[in-house]
Design a protein around this ligand. Sequence first.
Ligand SMILES: [Mn+2]
Length: 142
Amino acid sequence: MPTPSMEDYIEQIYLLIENKGYARVSDIAESLSVHPSSVTKMVQKLDKDDYLIYERYRGLILTPKGRKVGKRLVYRHDLLEQFLRLIGVKEENIYEDVEGIEHHLSWDSIDRIGDIVQFLEEDSERINALKFIQQQNDKNEE
Ligand SMILES: [Mn+2]
């Protein structure tokens, strides 16, 4: 199992390759706000663990294992954003909150959150009922 830090790297590398077609050390450093030397170190570890293949002057590619994990991590991130948005979390809090929790939930919890997203999206009355409760709670706090 990758550590939270490894997960951050695999997730960002997967996104960079998906969006730009490639992931350079400098791109990864920028998207994670870390020093390029940290990226090189981690990329070597990810290579050793068979998530990617890194060649100093040719860049890196994800292995099938790295692609599979990357895809799952991006799905998890997107699902959690969708969930927080759906339950009414303010837009300005969503990204940071997801970054804070995504590595610390079991896949069991992720799947159950997937269920509740589906449950809420299937019938807009459910969202409306939730909004009604939120309005009542907001009133009580005033
Ligand atoms: Mn993330």
